[in-house]
Design a protein around this ligand. Sequence first.
Ligand code: ASP
Length: 322
Amino acid sequence: MPRVHLLATGGTIASRRTDAGLAATTPAAELLASAGPPPDLDVTVSDVSTVASFALSTADLGALVRELRRCLTDDVAGVVVTHGTDTMEESAYLADLLHDDPRPVVFTGAQRPFDSPAPDGPGNLAAALRVAASPAARDLGVLLCFDGLVFAARGVRKVDTLRSAAFDAPGRGPLLRVTDAAVLPLARPARRDAVPLDLAAELPRVDVVPCYLGADDALLRAAVAAGARGVVLEAFGAGNVPPAIAEAVAGLVADGVPVLVCSRVASGPVAPLYAGGGASLARAGARFAADLSPWQGRLLLGAALAHDPDDPYRVLDAQLGT
Ligand code: ASP
């Protein structure tokens, strides 16, 4: 019988009501019991934490990715990670950047708590366990399974605060669909070489600076003053920024602080198009992050700086295809 390992971290799927609000307290063994252990799978379990994902630090994320890689032992078909939905797309993406194995790691969670009268966690977990053991999920990298659909980690985003269909991959779509009877292939992602990152050391600080009408360069400069070794711009549209930010970027890049341009728009790639906007950022040496979200872009830039502090552009260019 194939074996799948379930690694629990907390999140709404593990949460129960308390006087202080929802609190993640349910361990992996109870989550598995609620999902109804699949008769054709041997499922082993362990707990890395019982926390809400909005409280995780970048160091916690590094420890989680190290642990899930440790769980991918020779005798397992795949690993399932239960995780809060708020930052699941970040954890799954960092795990995917390092993933160099044909077997799947499948993240899942819930929008309604463990003690809800109609929880969505058990169904999501049961589906994720089946996906982790499915040949259809091999060679797809790290995955996120939610509400009957499976997305590649790269490009997945939380798109609804409360509905069961919490995730989408705007402009990309799902890779698999899970029904009661089968795991159906829909698409295959373009995979990049894994980044052989040593997660023993914490990723360097990278901050995301938002752009909004009338924004000046104060937040950008504050990020660098706080120790950011790289900056991600959550730019307008296809990669434009207010004039003060465009002017400041040239100085930052010249000072050795890489700048990665992402968009505050959920779908579509960024491109250096407009004078004073994206075209000026490109001339200043900023890199464009295709359709990567600012949050995933932040992890990519952190990984690039950690892997090769002298030339982070090698990892960036390899991952972004530039
Ligand atoms: N809303 C979150 C969840 O779905 C809370 C968290 O991210 O832990 O799990």
